[in-house]
Ligand binder design. Sequence first.
Ligand SMILES: Cc1ncc(C[n+]2csc(CCOP(=O)(O)OP(=O)(O)O)c2C)c(N)n1
Ligand code: SF4
Length: 551
Amino acid sequence: MNADLLLGDEAAAQAALDSGIGGAFSYPGTPATEIFEYIQEHAAGGGSSVSALWSANEKVAYEEALGMSYAGRRALVSMKHVGLNVAADPFMSSAITGINAGLVLVVGDDPGMHSSQNEQDSRYYHEFAHLPLFEPSNQQQVYDHVREAFEYSEDVGLPVMVRLVTRLCHSRSTVITRGPAEIAAGVPGRPRPDPSDWVLVPTNARRRYRRLLELQPRLLRDSEESPANSLRLAGRRGIIAAGIAHNYVLEALGSRTTDSLLHVQRYPLPESLIRELVNHCDDILVAEDGYPFIEERIGGLLGVPGKTIRGRLSGDLPRDGELTPDSVAAALGVPFVNSAQPVDGLAGRPPQLCKGCPHSDSFKAIVEAAAALGNAYMFSDIGCYALGAMPPLRAVHSCVDMGASIAMAFGAAQAGVHPIICTIGDSTFAHSGMTPLIGAARANANITIFILDNATVGMTGAQESMSCGERLIDIVRGLGVDPDHLHVIEPLPKNHAANVALIRRELEYRGLSVIIPRRACIHVKRQARDRGPACAAGCGGSDTVPLTREP
Ligand SMILES: Cc1ncc(C[n+]2csc(CCOP(=O)(O)OP(=O)(O)O)c2C)c(N)n1
Ligand code: SF4
């Protein structure tokens, strides 16, 4: 046993390593990025048999992990919450095929949208897919639950989800680790089960879906009997606390044990424990970070007669954003002074591209070239370049989801407007920009696409990019783009006039052009020197543009 000071993300990663995984799979995304990075760092060298290669996107990561599980080795797949939207297709079907060796999915939710485009709650996915879910409250539980999740995954033959939130992912605490599981000592893969289980043609799929439904009472019983879901019956006021909100409740109550308390760390929701608490109490507060998932399930449409259910739906806790120790204490009627108040007198600092960022020079040339052609439609995407939305550039008119820019631009082209400009980063292009480009190139859509090749995934901390340099040109050509309208430019002030002239020519062309402004992010070289933060100003370490200043 060792005691280590670990981030929540690192505790998940260490638990996966100690569980004997054969591989980790991921695409970067805050707050989950560090899970994979820790595994990459700790699995490197020393004859390690743990594979850790970034994937092109979350769907690919999930499928790679599923393939490893089918092949008999344990696999960890991690991603941010919106990544699970991208991976939803294999995720949902893997609940029906089941797994061979343990498959654990760790999802980092981002209530409060510190670095995300929305604050969706991944617990709905567990229910949607009928899969078990663990929701730890602290770093030690992250470690313990991920260890248990691998065992349980093999026990029930299903993928198991672990839900974290930003505060847990990115805060440190002492974690007692238990050393490697026996499986880690080079045990060969598990034997192959009947492969027809994995062939989801209707006859097999119906059979496997019925099996998944038949497993549900067992999953519920395991959840209800698990020590992770614990109930203390005391006074007539009850609290249901899930995940990190349990810490806030404990902090607010201090040594007081007069309230009844149900701590939920494992799903399906432990119905009988909830019923016991609700029967015993008159007034129940549900403290959960994210959506009012538990509160909705208890109150339903009509509420519980004679009982008061309070939480995010009732307005006792804020409906959106993160819970805080203060908001939970207030809902419990306990005075509480949060020590982490913003420091008075600090000026707000609007987010901006780093000084010397290649995207600045690209946007300056694009804006100048487009000015002569009237009101251009400027579709963009998610990455550092989304900061091109800020004044004085104002060259980004949309930023919706990874890879959306090209498809949206093609849709707009079909509405007949002109000119249409599309900006997308090299990593976002590999993630989900390639597929829409196939259709747009085939139709020779009237759009001008800029693939901003800065040789890295800048926004999430400068991870390696899959499609940059010469490889990117080969890919674009291979997708059917006319080589006469495919150009590489170097976005530097000294090339500004020439770049503007070329861009203007392509904007005037009524067909599809791809221009690749190619210049490395200023942090790529620095990072190679000393793994420091990718971005000193504006967007460093975050992963979508913080349009408002975070406290
Ligand atoms: C589905 C999804 N996965 C991951 C992310 C996190 N994320 C935001 S932008 C980005 C990639 C940015 O890289 P790139 O497109 O090369 O642009 P750069 O930041 O380097 O300018 C990632 C991984 C996300 N927002 N959504
Ligand atoms: S991290 Fe790199 S790409 Fe992002 S704003 Fe800074 S210089 Fe530009």
